[in-house]
Design a protein around this ligand. Sequence first.
Ligand code: 5AD
Ligand code: FES
Length: 345
Amino acid sequence: MKDLVKKLIDTHSLSLLEYEKLLCDRNDEDMEVIKEEAVKLRKEIYGKKVYIRGLIEFTNYCKNNCYYCGIRCANKNVERYRLTEEEILTCCDMGYNLGFRTFVLQGGEDPYFDDDRLTNIVRGIREKYKDVAITLSVGERTKESYEKLFEAGANRYLLRHETADVEHYRKLHPESMSYENRINCLKVLKDIGYQVGAGFMVGSPYQSNKTLAEDLKFIEEFKPDMCGIGPFIPHKDTIFKDEKAGGLELTLFLLSVIRIIHPPVLLPATTALGTIDKKGREKGIEAGANVVMPNLSPVNVRDKYLLYDNKICTGDEAAECINCMKRRMESVGYEVVIDRGDIIK
Ligand code: 5AD
Ligand code: FES
């Protein structure tokens, strides 16, 4: 085993240059050792359990124009939609009956959902379900807004940092967005008491082993409770339409490395991973992930929430999707459980 691999396993930490070297010099043997260690750590903490999150994509309006994203505001080919509070609650009812104990409300940055509207929705879910975790994934907001939502009953917040390299951040986002604000939001969320999820795309345009090393260092230092990573996949209506998608192997390797850096982290095998490979999510779990996020959105809006091309599961009812997921996890020796699935620290 290489010294660097041993150091990572023994100390859960490397310097920036060492992370870069780990990525540059990786060979099959390193990858196998790292994967086995990741699976071991995951098993010690979470056993063979896979946590599920019911994803409710409740608005595809977005005021931002991230260059990689299919629902960016400049894309005029998207048919925009918003779910009503009632529709969202119906998704939750269905999800609860199917065994979901976490609901993730995800949307673009949609000004229609101001603090009053969104806190009402969160309160509505909270009043009905005392035993679920409510996760929000609605982008950058003010501290006051995050506080109100927390008080209304939200427990977790997903906000991928996208890249921990300032210059790389600039190349993926328009001038109106800043790396500084993104990171500040993550810190504020953590201070308020949310369980916080960061994360990044693998193989996004202009990414390098150097920028990935910065992502790993960021994860090591910030220690997010969740970390969403999945391959970048080009969307036909973006300026990155001709760029290459991120690779399966690199994504799996990074999942394992992140498990080792921060063993208790909640790590999803993402839909994007399932999109670039038929068995991507199973392989993600086998690389150290412990979460999957089946879609609970109503089928009639599924094909409107497309961040990238060829997204899977857009035609499946929630019930079909969860059964499919159970079978998939069982096929690799894991078990989907009915649980909030909080981080075990
Ligand atoms: N490919 C893969 N992932 C994407 N995301 C947005 N656009 C794409 C794409 N083209 C990811 C971003 C965002 C999350 C919700 O989805 O990382 O934070
Ligand atoms: Fe959605 Fe298989 S997980 S249909």
